[in-house]
Design a protein around this ligand. Sequence first.
Ligand SMILES: [Zn+2]
Length: 301
Amino acid sequence: MLASMQSGLQPTVYGFKFGSFEIATVLDGKAVRDGLYPSFGPEHSAKEAQELCRKNGIDANRYVHPFIPTLVNTGKELILFDTGNGALSRDYPQLRGRLSEGRLVEGLAQLGYEAEDIDIVVITHGHPDHIGGLMDGGQPIFPDARYVFGATEFEFWKRGENVREARKFNLQLFQKLALPLADRSSFIKPGDEVAPGIRAVDAAGHSPGMLAYQVESGGKRLLIWADSCVHYVMAIQRPDWHLDVDDDKDKAVATRKRILAMAAAEKLFVTGYHMPFPGIGTIDRTTDGYRWVPVSYQLDL
Ligand SMILES: [Zn+2]
């Protein structure tokens, strides 16, 4: 008898012990998009971008864009960083293809959690793929959670002033999905703690008030860098290249370089929302930039 084909079976959750915490990354989904170039580095030549891709064995024309929330169980609280795409691709046909269908809740179930178990939802920034899983049909997906937003980020979307044209639809989404949660939210700034051992780090640039988070337990440190780097080759090997979805391009470059320098110098583990699943790695400095090094077994020891 012929064995049935089983293609496409890939892991979607990855959990590990981290000091006295447990951490997991969950693949909410992945989209296949066209054109790494000129999304990345439009101020450079196509030839230069193609050469960089060729050296790294990837296609400059098509790429996989994963969406990977991070979950931290401190032993006292279950904290979710970002909520994936939720029902956006179902509710808004114009987003189909660009955003995948949100599967975060199924991922949490694989880890043994229900949506009701989440104590705190932390939103790193207000872009659609991070807030899409906050609500469905006007109801919060994590009904018992309280919320943490960066104060600057929340204020920006709440005011809705000076929003660039490409983010006008994003503004509507934020006002629909995040603003109604304001009375269950706290608003923090860089340096503030979400819980003991989890501290916000300024990462503004990709969005007006994006926050990364440093997680420390038992002498181990991990950086949840959100969208500081959005592609594991383009953004990390060429951190000064512009990116179309960075809201303030120059500030995003400066932030990217600062975050990469910190991750490399301090040998931090990193979880990156758009890195290849499981989205966990370390950063090596190279002669002309940095390099994403996926974890192997370091977190198992
Ligand atoms: Zn994103």
